[in-house]
Design a protein around this ligand. Structure first.
Ligand SMILES: *Cc1c(COP(=O)(O)O)cnc(C)c1O
Length: 480
């Protein structure tokens, strides 16, 4: 048998693979073998390299531009972590590799990485046990809400609601709904935190859990969080901590100490592993001891002889939520990041993230409306309401930033702020970068005053100009 790859285009010869690279005749069921050569493009290496390099230059990434995308913690990720993840001993591991062959330990190192990361995350968050399986924050939320359901079921209770403040990330109500709960949304008060009187009214014996982000997406830490946790527990509900904003409080406060029972952490936001474009992440979930029996299988356990093994014998487990052990390379990078920085380093990460955000906020507050006057944590929300009166909306400011080499912040979120622009500089940016961003934002506020019509043309530098957002959303054929 012979494999033939035909080059596309006229006059191109087929490429024939030598017979020794082909499986023996009859090895593949003829139903699955092709009768005609595959239409593969015939391109030289430089043509391929140029194609992908050109595409990569059309991208905005944290390696090329300042990326103050609120709620997303787009920090710079040290390249050292990639180097470790690319080590042959990790990169060539297969998830089905046996743990032990003739006394030789093949995967002990990888299991130790998972176990070590679990222990570190317990320490950082104040929880007792972690699973590394969930592959994103939202996946962690779903896992967490399934744990809440398993807990109530084990008590013979059927509860109906999950309580979520209206400033919560959209994934919170989505996860609760997918796990079979109804959502009670609680409004945000004038201080930018969950309205506690409304919360108290909504909290009854039908509430299964409360999902909170603290600091929340307005960048505000709720000073009454412990009180809220006590009220929830009193009503028999569990406290779920959306830990996507952990970058603000590492080494300062631990969700476990604040009264939370379950937490997910966005590894790809806080612990130096890249994300964007939906690319690989990890959303490990931590729980208090009494919820540990419900965690997904498998669990990495350490025997009395110090050897690690995978345990599948967990009768109360919610089962599999992902194949194998989660996104291993992402977990590995996070573990290296934690070991590299140590406790003191992680604390400084949060201090700098909060300092940078407050610096930007204080420099911008005379030029834009600031809906919540409080000092912020790692991010803050400004409003373009003043500019919108002149016809310049949050989206126009976002587009103008593209021309000035800055990735737009998150806009129109959270939903409870009109013309919201949500800014998160992260700790990895220099004073110079922050100052340049401030200059640009002040320039745009001035331009909105003087020449609002100019904004209709932005971004001028994008290869396709300004997208028609409505058409892009309505006419899906454009994507085909
Ligand atoms: C990013 C984020 C999530 C969702 O995490 P993904 O990894 O994108 O699924 C949930 N909550 C908050 C507050 C977030 O910022």
């Amino acid at each position: 048998m012979e494999l033939i790859f035909r080059r596309s285009g006229p006059g191109k010869e087929g490429v024939r693979l030598p017979a020794r690279d082909c499986p023996p005749a009859g090895a593949i069921d003829p139903r699955y073998t092709r009768t005609e050569a595959a239409e593969l493009p015939g391109l030289s290496e430089p043509e391929v390299v140029r194609h992908f390099t050109r595409l990569s230059r059309m991208n905005f990434g944290v390696d090329s531009h300042f990326y103050p995308l609120g709620s997303c913690t787009m920090k710079y990720n040290p390249k050292f972590l990639e180097k470790i993840a690319n080590l042959e001993c990790f990169a060539s591991l297969h998830p089905l590799q046996p743990q032990l062959v003739k006394g030789a330990t093949l995967t002990q190192g990888a299991l130790e990485v998972i176990n070590g990361l679990e222990r570190a995350l317990c320490e950082i968050s104040g929880m007792d046990e972690f699973t590394t399986h969930p592959m994103a924050g939202a996946h962690g939320e779903l896992t967490g809400v399934m744990l809440i359901a398993a807990y109530h079921k084990s008590k013979g209770e059927r509860r109906k609601y999950i309580l979520i403040p209206d400033s919560g990330h959209g994934t919170n109500p989505a996860s609760a709904a997918i796990a079979g709960y109804e959502v009670r949304s609680i409004t945000t008060d004038e201080n930018g935190v969950m309205d506690i009187a409304e919360f108290e009214k909504a909290l009854d014996r039908e509430a299964a859990g409360v999902m909170l982000t603290c600091p929340n997406t307005l960048g505000i830490f709720n000073p009454r969080i412990k009180e809220i946790a006590d009220m929830a527990h009193e009503a028999g509900a569990l406290m779920y901590y959306d830990g996507a904003n952990l970058n603000a409080i590492m080494g300062k406060a631990r969700p476990g100490d604040l009264g939370f029972d379950i937490v997910h952490l966005n590894i790809h936001k806080t612990f130096g592993t890249p994300h964007g474009g939906g690319g690989p992440g990890a959303g490990p979930v931590g729980v208090k001891e009494y919820l540990a029996p419900f965690l997904p299988v498998s669990r990495v356990i350490k025997g009395t002889d110090g050897a690690f093994a995978l345990d599948y014998d967990r009768p109360f487990s919610i089962g599999y939520i992902a194949p194998f052990y989660g996104n291993f390379a992402v977990l590995l990078k996070a573990y290296v990041y934690i070991l590299l920085l140590g406790g003191e380093g992680l604390r400084r990460v949060s201090e700098h993230a909060v300092l940078n955000a407050n610096y930007l906020k204080s420099r911008l507050e005379h030029h834009y409306d600031i809906p919540y006057a409080e000092n912020c944590m790692h991010e803050f929300v400004i409003s373009a309401a003043r500019q919108a009166e002149r016809g310049v909306h949050a989206i126009d400011i976002a587009k103008a930033l593209i021309d000035r080499g800055i990735h737009p912040p998150t806009v129109y979120f959270p939903l409870n702020v009109k013309e919201a622009i949500m800014i998160e500089p992260t700790e990895t940016e220099s004073r110079e970068t922050l100052d340049r961003f401030i200059d640009v934002m002040i320039e745009l506020a001035g331009l909105a005053e003087k020449d609002p019509a100019a904004f209709r043309e932005f971004p001028k530098t994008a290869p396709v100009g300004r997208l028609d957002e409505v058409k892009a959303a309505r006419d899906m054929d454009l994507c085909a």
